[in-house]
Design a protein around this ligand. Sequence first.
Ligand code: ATP
Ligand code: MG
Length: 146
Amino acid sequence: MGSSINQLTMEFPSKAVNIGFARTAVAMFAAQLDFTLDELDEIKIAVSEAVSNSVIHGYKGTEGMITIICAVGEGALEVQIKDEGVGIDDIEKAFEPAFTTAPKERMGLGLVFVKEYMDELIIDSVSGRGTSLIMKKSPCHNKVEV
Ligand SMILES: Nc1ncnc2c1ncn2[C@@H]1O[C@H](COP(=O)(O)OP(=O)(O)OP(=O)(O)O)[C@@H](O)[C@H]1O
Ligand SMILES: [Mg+2]
């Protein structure tokens, strides 16, 4: 985000306890824009799904670092969440509802929610190198319906 007016960078180990911290921290940062409470809840869900994926799939129970970079500018929020874990072999498949590489208790819906709740999602993943999700969202009333 070129003309960002505010920015926050966080880095933390892939411990499950940090998922709740990350979702709340990003929502509090996002609150400087005019998001409704429902929209802030959607941001929280998207962030916790992305961070959970880095913890569960990216690092598979081993410990690695997760980085979150948030920026606001021009009435939009941009959040990048990245890990240096195993990466995703087939990104298209990862977005299919109910597709999961984890044992059966996972629903395979996390990325579907992220896509649904954010305005834009750019995913970049290299097998063996890691995964980056960049998600963007603007408060709904800023959007012009045509
Ligand atoms: N950060 C990541 N690193 C490696 N693989 C990932 C990552 N994020 C997603 N994936 C892959 O994409 C698949 C789909 O992810 P998604 O979040 O949609 O479902 P899930 O995590 O398997 O289940 P749920 O999110 O419903 O608990 C995962 O099963 C995993 O194979
Ligand atoms: Mg998931």
